[in-house]
Design a protein around this ligand. Sequence first.
Ligand code: NAD
Length: 392
Amino acid sequence: MVIQPKIRGFICTNAHPVGCEVNVQKQIDYVKQQESSSKGPKNVLVLGCSTGYGLASRIVSAFGHGAKTLGVCFEKEPSERKTGTAGWYNTAAFHDKAKAEGLYARTLNGDAFSNEMKRDVIEAIKQDLGKVDLVVYSLASPRRTDPNSGETFKSVLKPIGQAYSTKTYDTDKDLVHTIDLEPATEEEIRQTVKVMGGEDWEMWIDALDQAGVLTEGAITTAYTYIGKELTWPIYGHATIGKAKEDLDRAASAINTSKADKNVKAYVSSLKALVTQASSAIPVMPLYISLIYKVMKEEGTHEGCIEQIQGLFNEKLFDANPDTDEANRLRMDGKETNEATQAKIKALWDQVTQENFHQLSDYAGYHQEFLHLFGFGFDEVDYDADVSPLADW
Ligand code: NAD
């Protein structure tokens, strides 16, 4: 099969197996070139292990620290006629590369929100690892079915309290325009918190603890985005921000309830970058195209793998890491500092349909977007006939 990108709106509906392998290999190469701290995990559970920040967490654990990794993801398998999702191919590539280096890897594909998946993971830990000393919670999902009530909740990306009009960039139509976002209802806020808040993270840690598969002093982290004034109306102070606030509550609840085992739970705040999750959020493609421009000029641009390598090396395994007022680990300072934000704000105020491509780094944004699906790599022949099949 010859596989060329099929882009529909903010998503690419296919993926290239060879390109996804290149994407994984580049991240592994980066980690191997870095000096990883001697403090690090041994047995790691990554929830949301197949793309974005979760995949980077798995790669840093395995190739930076030699850890055994058990991953959970929700990806679509390929068939003879249809490609799998990028996360499927990333996972297949990760397994190949881990195996080649004698690193244990196991991945369970299915719904991480379900009780069945929690049971299967506990079984796998007991069989293969005994216990885990790090649990990374990196799920990004538009919906969640409560495993006990069976009710399905949907998240929305809406402001809270009042309607909000803002600039945005439509990647499909190459159009800078204004969008009007209506405020969320109380019910929409509640549902978003149910999907992207901390309830499922707590359920995971409780289930692992009750099964006796967490080590004494185990660490767990969930990822958040805080951002600044430009993104607050649609992110930080909006429905998704409310859900992320609930992660702070969950971290504190885990720290209290698991204090006897010395389990440490942190919310880690990471920078904005192109992933499948962020490209679906209005305003983000415009904001990210502008921060790429500014941060590349400043020499501070980072992707998922650089952020996670930094988090693991500098903060997560420190006995007393620097935290913010809400006990969060902050890796977003190079994006959110006043000087950088002022430059981004100046561009934001100037940007129009006419000057968008000069003022922004949309080319960089788009290239990273293609890379997410294994497209746009010079070293891959996209006219070649390749098998879409892959497994692990
Ligand atoms: P992503 O879309 O790249 O990854 C999501 C992962 O979750 C995938 O591995 C997917 O398979 C898995 N997943 C989704 N639903 C699942 C389910 N029901 N069961 C099992 N697995 C499931 O997203 P990302 O951008 O890497 O986001 C990960 C976390 O990082 C999120 O909490 C997000 O808010 C946070 N974050 C993202 C950014 C950003 O700019 N992208 C910035 C800061 C923080």
